[in-house]
Design a protein around this ligand. Sequence first.
Ligand code: MG
Length: 160
Amino acid sequence: MALRIGWGTDIHCLADGEGIRLGGLTIPCPRASVAVSDGDVLLHALVDALLGALGLGDIGDHYPESRVAPGEDSSRFVRETMALCAARGGVVVNVDCIINLERPRLGEWKGKIRDNLAAILELDSGCVNVKAKTAEGLGAIGAGEAVAAQVAVMLLLADG
Ligand code: MG
């Protein structure tokens, strides 16, 4: 058995739209992530963190745009990556996430996003933490032109 740490980040442009996808939920607002998939930066960063802990490259290796349906729910990428983890006898110890978004403010959404992330991962909500930060008006995120996420994950691998 071995503990393995993984780290993932993602950023997408925002444009006029019908809500921003975060952790498998749609945050209602007049903006949306620009992407082939549903543009869920949190799930994309999570997949990269899981792949990192597994030593299996990055999300672009596994899900090139040619293999992603327009608007596709990114939770498929998480579920399939968790299956790779399970095939190695792995379990997720904990997941810690940061979302960078200027608006809307996510205070009332953090708990819901955490619970939905835990459901996608089939984990207890106590193993998942979600933090939300603005950029104090600085840069592309501060201007409301982008949304980003960072995720750290710890795995316990049977064959690590
Ligand atoms: Mg992405």
